[in-house]
Write a protein that binds this ligand. Structure first.
Ligand SMILES: Cc1ncc(COP(=O)(O)O)c(C=O)c1O
Length: 362
């Protein structure tokens, strides 16, 4: 009698491993910050940096592995590859190690050294490309060698269960249940793949909530350009130093119709925002968390000017330690022509007096 090897046995074991990891994990904190200039507005920041793999991409990586496994695309012993500006790769490498798989991240060579170090610590391969335009060719080469392509940019919005299953939006709304403003006026997030904004925007409608969704975007990036004109061929008019968001082109998972506003934030303001978060919370978060903070302050200033109170919720997306040699290093900032001094003063004045965080924005 011959015994046949059932390839599904490994898939089911891998699914069980992911379910166990999920059960062992706690939800992330929804931190409340108070700014004296906005006494009638409650600010909440969801600490996604506290996931075991350090960013909001922990949720996405778990979903992408589940999606690949349940679609029969990922088999025992198969190599795994994805394109990433770092945070997704770190989370995907973290799960690859859990599942006993080899992971390769195809990333721009300019990615923060702290992220590359973390990937190597997780035994991941880093395939660094000087020109980001070459990333699709590198991915194709890995697929040709048999790797499973997790494809965060192509699949983020459909791999996530937007109706619930403890997605980020469901978690936020649940955590606000006993607050004075259980239905926030705004939720603010960035767009990299567009998966997070798609999930939140859909969930707000699904739950019939009045909350509006704002995407915080580096000035001149593609989501902002495309959202205004509903043009999927729009390209960024500027590059950005903020990793994870501010894409050069409109990604397949960007859903324009679930987004109510886009706030464009200059890089220096975003970085000053990350420094302000460090001062207020005692912890470091990355540049996109600073982008979110500045967008929140602008929305709050408009609410205050209109005599409106309420709640604004946003995300602390990844750990700031990853950017110790970049965004938190004055010498690095100087070589990139960033002077934080005026922005730090403006943001400080804003949180104290409740005005707009920039002279030019109303
Ligand atoms: C580091 C980082 N990566 C990615 C994103 C965007 O998430 P998504 O890929 O779901 O659009 C963010 C969002 O703010 C982020 O901070």
């Amino acid at each position: 009698m011959s015994t046949t090897h059932d390839p599904r046995a490994w898939v089911y074991a891998a699914l069980l491993t992911l379910e166990r990891e999920s059960l062992r994990s706690a939800d992330t904190h929804l931190l409340r910050l108070a700014f004296p200039g906005f006494p009638d507005i409650a600010f909440y920041f969801k600490d996604e940096a506290s996931h075991p793999s350090g960013s909001l991409k922990h949720r996405l990586a778990r979903s992408l592995y589940l999606y690949a496994l349940c679609n029969g695309r990922l088999r025992e012993g198969q190599a795994v590859v994805d394109a990433s500006s770092g945070s997704t790769a770190i989370s995907e490498a973290w799960f690859a190690r859990l599942l006993g798989l080899r992971f390769t991240a195809v990333m721009p060579a300019s990615t923060a050294p702290g992220k590359i170090r973390e990937l190597r610590r997780l035994d991941a391969q880093c395939d660094l490309v000087e020109d980001p335009a070459c990333i699709p060719d590198r991915i194709a080469a890995h697929i040709a060698e048999g790797a499973c392509f997790l494809d965060q940019f192509g699949l983020a919005e459909r791999a996530t269960d937007w109706r619930g299953n403890n997605n980020i939006a469901e978690s936020i709304i649940h955590q606000l249940a006993r607050e004075a403003h259980a239905e926030p006026t705004w939720i603010v997030c960035g767009a990299g793949t567009g998966g997070t904004s798609a999930t939140i925007g859909r969930y707000l409608r699904y739950r019939r909530l009045p909350t509006r969704l704002c995407v915080a975007e580096p000035t001149g990036a593609a989501f902002a350009e495309g959202w205004r004109s509903r043009d999927r061929s729009a390209c960024a008019t500027r590059s950005t130093l903020i990793e994870g968001i501010g894409r050069a082109q409109v990604e397949p998972c960007f859903l324009f119709d679930v987004v109510d506003a886009v706030e464009e934030v200059d890089d220096a303001a975003s970085i000053a925002g990350a420094w302000l978060l460090r001062d207020r919370t005692g912890y470091r978060y990355g540049g996109s968390s600073g982008t979110n903070l500045v967008a929140c302050l602008r929305l709050a200033a408009r609410m205050r000017a209109a005599g409106q109170g309420g709640a604004i919720v946003s995300l602390l997306c990844d750990r700031g330690e990853r950017y110790e040699q970049t965004l938190f290093d004055p010498a690095w900032l100087a070589t990139h022509g960033i002077d934080l001094t005026p922005w730090r003063a403006r943001l400080q004045a804003c949180i104290v007096a409740g005005g707009f965080p920039a002279n030019d924005v109303v």
